[in-house]
Design a protein around this ligand. Structure first.
Ligand code: AVI
Length: 322
């Protein structure tokens, strides 16, 4: 019997080892040292992130899912029919499934996801569940310009879906650039539905990034394991410790990998020395007030036209238009 071929094809623009090497050398040459959180998401990192979303302290995913479940009727009517959904990043596909189910006749779905295994697995599942929606997956770094695949049937408009408060993983200047890129992607008649984690009691926030089971620490340290494997660096995994602190004045979790002793790390023939206690900044997770988010949107030429929060105001979804 003939093999069953998938009805969709992946556009593969994933970062090359030389992108990763260039970013790593630039980041470790800077003062203070930094590495980009986008490289957390290799296959193992994506699995660890899925485990984080099931930790009791990590309220972010749970609250957003509940909010979507409660309010999707209203959200879908605000969005309107026959859209091309373009999702920045895709995880297990749980949120996507809820959205695609609630929307009226969505035409096509384009996830733009940096982890190749994640995008393939999640598209395969969604394609089975939504045979009438054209699947146009792209493996790419969404912080760089990505050419959008054209759906076979014309959509009325494009909806950019950016859940999870992933926007918070970028500093405010970069978040504005990303929002501006979304505005380009969605065009003058398009919309964006963005999930934002809201500012709240710092102890709740800090607990979410320091789970008792240590999954977040493992997730952060996996970055070094990935670099060792893919660009041949020689980070000692037990020579660094995960540290995540909520900087209230800046409204963000700041995550570092802290060198446990003085040491030298080699990357492609270069040496990088670390003092005991020296940190590599690896991630931000911004927690927004309404004012701060509206200001970022405005700087990108976007307006917040609608919004929904959970009952405790822990997490919000915002609908934006140009
Ligand atoms: C994907 N992103 C929104 C997560 C966050 O909450 O910043 C990544 C994460 N990092 C540590 N825990 C979760």
């Amino acid at each position: 019997t003939a093999p069953v071929l998938p009805t969709w094809r992946l556009t593969d623009l994933r970062p090359t080892p030389s992108d990763i090497l260039g970013d790593t050398i630039a980041g470790l040459s800077a003062t203070p040292k930094r590495l980009s959180s986008k490289y957390f998401y290799d296959a193992r990192g994506s699995q660890l992130f899925e485990r984080i979303t099931r930790q009791p302290e990590y309220y972010v995913t749970r609250v957003e899912l509940e909010l979507l479940e409660d309010r999707l009727g209203d959200i879908a009517s605000a969005i309107g029919p026959e859209v091309h959904v373009v999702e920045y990043g895709t995880g297990s596909g749980r949120k996507t499934r809820l959205l695609l189910d609630a929307l009226q006749h969505p035409i096509a779905y384009t996830p733009i996801e940096i982890s190749r295994t994640t995008v393939i697995e999640s598209t395969a599942r969604l394609a089975e569940e939504f045979p009438r929606i054209e699947m146009l997956p792209v493996c790419a770094d969404f912080t760089r310009p990505v050419p959008l695949p054209e759906p076979m049937h014309d959509a009325r408009s494009t909806l950019v879906f950016f859940p999870g408060s992933t926007l918070g993983n970028f500093t405010d200047d970069v978040a504005v650039e990303l929002l501006a890129a979304m505005r380009e992607t969605m065009g003058p008649r398009g919309q964006a539905l963005i999930g934002i984690d809201l500012d709240k009691d710092p102890s709740l926030i800090e607990a979410a990034y320091n789970d008792a089971a240590g999954v977040t620490a493992e997730f952060t340290l996996n970055l070094l394991a990935r670099l060792n494997r893919e660009i041949g660096s020689d980070f000692q995994l037990d020579g660094f410790r995960h540290r995540a602190v909520y900087a209230r004045e800046r409204g963000r979790i700041e995550t570092d990998l802290v060198s446990q002793y003085g040491q030298t790390v080699h990357v492609a023939g270069r040496e990088f020395t670390f003092e005991a206690g020296e940190a590599i900044r690896v991630e931000y997770s911004c927690k927004y007030t309404d004012e701060r988010f509206a200001e970022l949107a405005a700087q990108a030429g976007l307006r917040v036209v609608d919004g929904w929060n959970d009952a405790r105001d822990w997490f919000g979804l915002r609908l934006l238009q140009a």
